[in-house]
Ligand binder design. Structure first.
Ligand SMILES: NC(=O)C1=CN([C@@H]2O[C@H](COP(=O)(O)OP(=O)(O)OC[C@H]3O[C@@H](n4cnc5c(N)ncnc54)[C@H](OP(=O)(O)O)[C@@H]3O)[C@@H](O)[C@H]2O)C=CC1
Ligand SMILES: O=C(CO)[C@H](O)[C@H](O)COP(=O)(O)O
Length: 478
């Protein structure tokens, strides 16, 4: 057997190091490289016994240690660092070689890089990887874009190291060029919405029940045995149950209440605006993080308005908990429905032919948004690949319908008590907006025509019309 490595990983921080270990544990000889050699040395020192690692001190050594066609996974910070690594790699590679960018790149960057590298005869494979540090080691969800040809080489390796659900690998070719990074971006947008909804549920339970974080952890633990079963609900119970060793207080009470973001949620919202897809839950979740970070404005508002909250009147504890659970479940359906709509819009815009049922299949395991109901999402798209909205698939429509009274009670209680619940309330408004017989958008059209002669369409006749608002108020065909 050749001494050359079958695949290489450059960028050996938490994700790259664990991906390299995952590959090695699965029997692949892995070339490893990092800008600063210290990380490479530590990986080999600490985990060299797990498989075959071929350390390269320089990029040239690293590339020289790879079998042809070479496959290099780049796992570095997104943006300029990724371009810097690509620029270093390209002169060392030759036609047919593959560069896999497995970081959280913006899909537009991936499209640009793919096009440029195609000119060099190289395959550039923008690949979404989800699962965090542990997933990268034990089995992530992997979403490769790029050419079908590159997937023929990379697919078997990726499918081997990916998470498995019922024996099916959580990895599939998503589509050409930026498709993999696009779906990873939307995955993260859904992740933002999911986490915001969980946070709002926690806030309401705490205010309504006067419960401790540890008691609420138990509620989440129970929820994780039903429809809401998911990785994020599971780890919510862990985080809420955790006690700070320095103070003996609940961990959530000693953490600064300012949520950070690295950009994927923001990119999701920006892209949805460009594509005209109302991903309201994801947008509210992203803005809620921004609001939390505006410490000065928050202090000024506390000063101006006070922080009083009214008591939520809870007459029946179990009913209240069930109301919050149902509101969470219905809002979560909205978040996933909006995310899958966004993916469909991206797929159509860029000609990617993304299979939404197939995507739900590979999100069932390994990734951060893995959840029991992804199986149902897969079934819904398998049964009807042109489904207008996930919300109207019979299983999800039933879940939403069952939850509506609870959803309204929870949103009303939050508003009355002065507890912010932007994701719950925007999801409910989205539901009501979608199913409305008539929307007040007709008035908006009238206003637009009035001030800007933008024209409007009528309910009873085809064509565009305009009223002479400043004159005789006669209607004309535009
Ligand atoms: N952390 C997570 O849970 C997840 C992260 N991702 C994505 O995976 C990628 C890696 O994430 P993570 O492991 O957290 O590491 P970081 O995002 O913290 O990136 C650190 C790595 O990038 C390298 N690097 C930074 N700048 C340069 C540069 N100019 N040239 C060469 N190398 C550079 C560092 O090298 P050096 O050691 O020399 O500084 C190090 O190897 C990111 O794109 C991230 O968004 C995806 C899924 C989950
Ligand atoms: O990709 C991920 C998970 O899927 C990363 O953990 C990402 O960093 C999460 O986004 P943010 O840091 O903005 O919360």
């Amino acid at each position: 057997m050749s001494d050359l490595a079958q695949i290489g990983v450059t960028g050996l921080a938490v994700m790259g190091r664990n991906l390299a270990r995952n590959l090695a544990r699965n029997g692949y000889a892995v070339a490893v490289h990092n800008r600063s050699y210290e990380r490479t040395r530590r990986l080999v020192d600490e985990f060299g016994h797990e498989g075959t690692f071929v350390p390269g001190e320089s990029m040239a050594d690293f590339v020289a240690s790879l079998a042809r066609p070479r496959a290099v996974i780049v796992m570095v910070k997104a943006g300029a660092p990724t371009d810097a690594v690509i620029d270093e790699l390209v002169p060392l590679l030759e036609a047919g070689d593959m560069i896999v960018d497995a970081g959280n790149a913006h899909f537009a960057d991936t499209r640009r890089r793919e096009q440029k590298l195609r000119g060099h005869g190289l395959h550039f494979v923008g690949t979404g990887v989800s699962g965090g540090e542990e997933g990268a080691l034990l089995g992530p969800s992997i979403m490769p874009g790029g050419s079908p040809e590159s997937y023929r080489t990379l697919g078997p390796m990726f499918e081997k190291i990916a998470a498995k659900v019922d024996g099916t690998p959580c990895c599939a070719h998503i589509g050409p060029d930026g498709a993999g990074h696009f779906v990873k971006m939307v995955h993260n947008g859904i992740e933002y919405a999911d986490m915001q909804l969980i946070a709002e549920a926690y806030d309401l339970l705490r205010a309504g029940l006067g419960a401790t974080p540890a008691e609420i952890a138990d509620i989440f633990r129970t929820w994780n045995t039903g429809d809401l079963e998911s990785f994020l609900i599971e780890i919510t119970a862990d985080v809420l149950g955790h006690v700070d060793s320095a103070t003996g207080k609940g961990f959530v009470d000693i953490v600064l209440d300012q949520a950070e973001q690295k950009g994927t949620g923001r990119w999701t919202v920006q892209s949805a605006l460009d594509l005209g897809v109302p991903i309201t839950g994801i947008a509210e979740a992203t803005f809620a993080r921004s609001l939390s970070g505006h410490a000065d404005q928050r202090a000024a508002a506390r000063e101006a308005f006070g922080t009083d909250r009214a008591q939520i009147e809870v007459k029946d504890r179990d009913q209240f908990v069930e109301d919050v659970r149902r509101a969470l479940y219905a809002s979560k359906i909205v978040a996933y429905a909006q995310g899958f709509d966004h993916i469909q819009a991206g797929s159509e815009e860029f000609g990617w032919s993304i299979d939404r049922g197939g995507l739900a299949t590979i999100w069932r395991g390994g990734c951060i948004i893995r959840a029991r109901f992804l199986d149902r999402i897969r079934e819904a798209y398998d049964e009807n690949p042109t489904l207008k909205s996930l919300m109207v698939a019979p299983y999800f429509a039933a879940g939403v319908n069952d939850g509506v009274p609870s959803w309204r009670r929870v949103v009303a209680a939050a508003a009355e008590a002065g507890i912010p619940a932007p994701a719950f309330s925007s999801s409910l408004s989205y539901f009501d907006g979608l199913r409305a017989e008539r929307l007040p958008a007709s008035l908006i059209q009238g206003l637009r025509d009035n001030f800007g002669a933008h024209t409007y369409r009528r309910t009873d006749r085809d064509g565009a019309f305009h009223v002479e608002w400043a004159g005789d108020k006669q209607e004309h065909h535009a």
